[in-house]
Structure formats: structure tokens, C-alpha cells
Design a protein around this ligand. Sequence first.
Ligand SMILES: C[S@@+](CC[C@H](N)C(=O)[O-])C[C@H]1O[C@@H](n2cnc3c(N)ncnc32)[C@H](O)[C@@H]1O
Length: 219
Amino acid sequence: MISIRLQSIVDLITEDNNIADIGSDHGYVLISLRNKGFKSKLLGVENKLAPFKNLESGLKENNINDVEISLSDGLKEVGPEFKTIVIAGMGFDTIKKIIEESKYKLENVEYFVIDSHTSFQKVRPYFISLGYDVDDEQIIYEDSIYYQLIRFKKTNIKPNYSERELTYGPINISKKGNNFINYINSEIDTRKEILSKIPKSNKKFLKLLDEISKMEELL
Ligand SMILES: C[S@@+](CC[C@H](N)C(=O)[O-])C[C@H]1O[C@@H](n2cnc3c(N)ncnc32)[C@H](O)[C@@H]1O
């Protein structure tokens, strides 16, 4: 049984086109896609030996011998046939570095499925600047952590989102699912807790109040 986060990443991959999972580690996403019946070419990329070995043994234990694996850095060895790129479980700076180092390859990439574990607010503006739009997204909650999972699709029309849509997601905001509401409430609670501990004269005080009121408007 894979984690809720990884299962949700798998669920966001709806097109059975060639898929590369960068930073695959145990290969859970690729194993799950193959077991689900995806027939496309699948590639797992790892840049460190220990996770690469996890990937190799994970595939072997699941009797999967038609998933390619590569001990290489980011997108550097990923061929033009891979139309969907998954980058999950990394910080935003690492995700950005992986892409910036192989930017010319984006002409072949139709979808990105991204699970950044830091700087949520920077993820959507970055992919939009690269020529992608939010195609689907989900907030999930696991082990006391909220994750924002986003599928981006290449577009010719630059989307025009508000600041809050860029931070919390246009689809998340319009769907207002339970995880979204709980996530916003938890962000509000965190700020209220800080407010209760700092004097009104603290320069962060007004900023926190403003953030709380903007979040309350979202609910
Ligand atoms: C925290 S794990 C996440 C594993 C899995 N994707 C997940 O979401 O559970 C991050 C993995 O990314 C790999 N990684 C980090 N930078 C990478 C890069 N530039 N190229 C390939 N793999 C990378 C690490 O070795 C590590 O196994």
C-alpha cells in the first residue's frame, strides 16, 4: 500500500503517455502506474546510488522489468519521448534547479506533476512563467502535513490568476474541498497563535492580521 500522497500523485497522472519520474527513490509511483495498466514507456531517474538501488530492487520485487531506470541528474538523460515529468517530494529550489539546467527540453514536455515540499506560493508562478497552466490540483493531508499536488499542462494562452489563486490554487479555491478548508484553517490558527505571543508593536503583527483576513475571505 503506497502513501496517500504518492497515490494522489498517481491519480493526477491521467494520460498514458511516456512518463519520467525524477527522484523516483523506491519507484512507488512507476510501479503503481504499471500495475494500474499504463502501457506507456516509464522511466525512473535517481541521482544518488542508495535511492537508485531502492528503485532497482523495488521494480524487481514487483516483477516489473519494463520500466527504464537511469542513474543521472534531473532531466539531463531524459529523452524527448517523455511527455509527462513527475517531480515529487523535493523542495522548490531543487525542482527549479532540475528544470533550469535542462530548460531546452521543455519543448517536449506536455505535463508536469509537481509535489513541492517548500515554497508552495512560488510553484504556480514559476510553471506559468515556463508556459504551463494549472490543469488539476489537490491538497492532501498525511502524517500531520498538508501537501499541494499540481498537474501543469502546456498552454499557448498565459493564464491570469489572482495572487491568492497563485498561492492556494485556482482549482482548490473553486472546489473548496475538505482538505483545502482544513488547510486554510490550520494556516489561520498558526498565525493566530503567533499573534497571541507577540506585542502589537511588533512589525509582523499587522502583516499577520492581513494574512488572516485574506485567508478568511477564501473560506
Ligand atoms: C525525498 S525523495 C522523494 C522520493 C519520491 N519522489 C517521493 O515523492 O516520495 C527525493 C528523491 O529525489 C532524488 N533527487 C534529488 N535531486 C535529484 C536530481 N537532481 N536528479 C535525480 N534525483 C534527484 C533524491 O535522491 C531522493 O531520492
